[in-house]
Design a protein around this ligand. Structure first.
Ligand SMILES: *[C@@H]1O[C@H](CO)[C@@H](O)[C@H](O)[C@H]1NC(C)=O
Ligand SMILES: *[C@@H]1O[C@H](CO)[C@@H](O)[C@H](O)[C@H]1NC(C)=O
Ligand SMILES: *[C@@H]1O[C@H](CO)[C@@H](O)[C@H](O)[C@H]1NC(C)=O
Ligand SMILES: *[C@@H]1O[C@H](CO)[C@@H](O)[C@H](O)[C@H]1NC(C)=O
Ligand SMILES: *[C@@H]1O[C@H](CO)[C@@H](O)[C@H](O)[C@H]1NC(C)=O
Ligand SMILES: *[C@@H]1O[C@H](CO)[C@@H](O)[C@H](O)[C@H]1NC(C)=O
Ligand SMILES: *[C@@H]1O[C@H](CO)[C@@H](O)[C@H](O)[C@H]1NC(C)=O
Ligand SMILES: *[C@@H]1O[C@H](CO)[C@@H](O)[C@H](O)[C@H]1NC(C)=O
Ligand SMILES: *[C@@H]1O[C@H](CO)[C@@H](O)[C@H](O)[C@H]1NC(C)=O
Ligand SMILES: *[C@@H]1O[C@H](CO)[C@@H](O)[C@H](O)[C@H]1NC(C)=O
Ligand SMILES: *[C@@H]1O[C@H](CO)[C@@H](O)[C@H](O)[C@H]1NC(C)=O
Ligand SMILES: *[C@@H]1O[C@H](CO)[C@@H](O)[C@H](O)[C@H]1NC(C)=O
Length: 483
């Protein structure tokens, strides 16, 4: 027993020792192949999860968004259309009585028909969207809002029809290039809102100045012949919001302004002369747009009195001088566009203290000196344009994050380095290439991980397999030797 036990034991001793040795060896080999992945796997794990988390939310968001977004957008319209559609079939019994009782005034129906405006069965129904809105008067409802859009050529305004429609308070013409006629006073005294976009062929200042009671006036992409905006703005005493843009309106800006104006847009005209400092009376103004005219002179310091102003555009004029310090006193400014003028001086530092600013355009002027902004200020802007200011430069050391400026970096003396485009492109390309490097590093490291990982696993498996083969041969040899 002992003799039969002893030899195997004797043989087994070194065998186990050998086996352990082999195991250790293979475990070292494996650890060599596994440990790097283990040390990589933490780095990989964050990189892999971070892409997966950064990828998953988008994928989870986009599907959730996609269904939610289309659903609301698709469901409201079918929902809203079925709901009006459903109530009308489901509640036809209760509604007919009110609808028949409060349908549109037959005179107004005839007036609309005489203007070749399709009325359908019930012009007051919400199915007409907002093109026709009626009041709730009895026995017949009256139109209070009418939008003529895309009118056909056979639509022609007539005085009697417009008299009949004098209950309108809102009248809009959109893409309706029909001939204008003089509006009857019954209508103009009621009108509070008048819109004419690419319509009515041609208007005059006198024609518009008859809309005595309007609070909202929008005229754009239609020629307006007038000696200047004053004839319109001076006559319409109740104006709150006025946009006369892209009308080729000529003349000078008025000297007198409505203190109650909240929106003033005279962009895209041929206005010339200086910006009068008297505009400082419009302390309720939220939007001032005088862009794309031929205004010259300096920006009046009084502009700083417009303390409610949120959007200011004086872009694309011929304004000169420097940015007035008073602009610092506009705490609510969100949108500041002074691009494409002849402004000079330095860019004031206070601009970066305007906490609500989102849009800043100072491009294509003659500013000089060092741009007084830092990267954290530029980061919170949605739009920043500063290019085409040949004597302006930015402090390289102020921008840890590289930003595309369109201006040259400064030299030691605060002057632009000589070849701005080359420097700029090299800056851009360097930032781009660094991004690329980052990406390629990621990909390379991923690839390296993959390649390294697989090659090490292969190595481990090979060592393991060969050691097993070696062991088998050894065992066979041993068993042969012992027998
Ligand atoms: C009315 O609204 C619906 C959906 O909102 C739209 O598809 C349709 O073009 C509108 N009709 C007019 C005349 O504006
Ligand atoms: C006007 O007509 C054009 C095509 O003729 C169409 O694309 C556009 O949506 C229409 N606009 C309105 C407001 O109906
Ligand atoms: C303007 O509207 C008011 C009522 O809102 C009216 O009393 C007044 O007569 C109108 N003014 C003109 C000039 O039509
Ligand atoms: C304004 O004038 C220009 C040039 O004369 C012309 O091309 C444009 O159609 C005019 N625009 C309007 C709305 O009258
Ligand atoms: C401005 O509005 C106020 C109240 O909204 C009104 O009392 C005042 O008369 C208006 N001023 C002018 C010049 O229309
Ligand atoms: C001013 O008007 C122009 C052209 O009409 C427009 O492109 C721009 O967005 C407007 N800016 C502001 C601040 O309203
Ligand atoms: C800026 O322009 C104004 C008017 O064009 C000129 O008088 C002034 O000297 C200029 N200032 C600088 C610093 O160039
Ligand atoms: C004011 O400026 C902001 C930011 O650029 C813009 O989103 C908004 O549409 C502008 N509002 C008007 C009335 O132009
Ligand atoms: C730059 O401003 C000038 C007027 O100051 C204008 O004529 C030119 O078209 C502008 N250039 C660009 C690229 O906006
Ligand atoms: C950047 O500029 C803003 C405004 O001048 C300032 O409040 C902020 O502290 C500056 N940030 C850095 C990092 O210098
Ligand atoms: C650029 O910024 C650094 C540090 O913010 C400052 O020391 C240096 O004087 C600045 N250079 C110029 C030309 O303003
Ligand atoms: C890195 O790999 C991803 C996916 O394999 C690819 O979309 C991306 O373009 C690659 N980036 C670079 C810089 O090769």
């Amino acid at each position: 027993m002992a003799s039969s036990h002893a030899p195997p034991f004797f043989i087994l001793g070194p065998l186990i020792f050998f086996l352990l040795l082999l195991l250790q060896f293979s475990s070292i080999a494996l650890s060599a192949s596994l440990h790097p992945p283990a040390t990589i796997s933490p780095t990989k794990a964050p990189t892999a999860p971070s892409p997966s988390t950064s990828l998953h939310p988008p994928t989870t968001i986009s599907p959730t968004k996609a269904p939610t977004a289309p659903r609301p957008s698709t469901s409201p319209s079918p929902a809203s259309s079925p709901t009006p559609a459903k109530p009308s079939p489901s509640t036809p019994t209760p509604t007919p009585t009110p609808t028949s009782a409060s349908s549109l005034n037959p005179k107004q129906v005839r007036a609309l028909q005489s203007l070749n405006i399709p009325t359908g069965k019930n012009p007051c129904s919400p199915l007409h969207n907002s093109t026709m809105i009626c009041d709730s008067s009895k026995p017949f409802r009256n139109l209070i809002s009418l939008t003529l859009a895309n009118c056909s050529d056979d639509v022609a305004l007539s005085l009697t029809a417009l008299k009949t429609l004098s209950t309108l308070t809102t009248f809009k013409f959109i893409d309706c290039p029909i001939s204008p006629i003089r509006f009857p006073s019954e209508l103009t005294s009621n009108l509070h809102s008048f819109t004419c976009i690419n319509s009515l062929k041609k208007l005059t200042g006198v024609w518009l100045s008859r809309l005595l009671n309007v609070t909202d006036l929008t005229v754009s992409h239609v020629t307006v012949i007038a000696s200047g905006p004053a004839i319109i703005l001076g006559s319409l005493k109740n104006l709150r919001s006025v946009s006369i843009s892209h009308t080729n309106l000529t003349g000078f800006l008025p000297k007198h302004w409505h203190p109650n104006l909240t929106h003033l847009d005279l962009s895209g005209n041929q206005l010339r002369g200086k910006i009068p400092s008297s505009l400082n009376v419009m302390e309720n103004l939220l939007v001032l747009n005088l862009s794309s005219n031929s205004l010259d002179g300096e920006i009046p310091p009084g502009i700083g009195d417009l303390t409610s102003l949120q959007n200011l555009s004086l872009a694309s004029n011929s304004l000169s001088g420097s940015i007035p310090d008073s602009i610092a006193a506009m705490p609510d400014l969100v949108h500041l566009d002074l691009g494409s003028n002849l402004l000079n001086g330095t860019v004031p530092k206070f601009v970066s203290d305007m906490t609500k600013l989102k849009y800043l355009n100072l491009e294509n002027n003659s500013f000089h000196g060092v741009l007084p902004f830092n990267a954290s200020f530029l980061k919170k802007l949605e739009v920043f344009k500063i290019g085409s200011n040949d004597n302006l430069c930015y402090n390289h050391s102020s921008f840890a994050v590289k930003v595309k400026m369109g201006i040259a970096p400064c030299d030691k003396h605060g002057l632009p380095m000589s070849p701005p485009p080359a420097k700029d492109s090299s800056l851009e390309s360097s930032s781009d290439s660094s991004d690329d490097n980052d990406n390629s590093d990621d990909n390379a490291s991923h690839n390296r991980d993959h390649h390294g990982g697989t090659s090490k696993v292969v190595l481990g498996v090979a060592i393991g397999l060969s050691s097993i083969v070696f062991l088998i041969i050894f065992l066979v040899l041993l068993s042969k030797c012992c027998k």
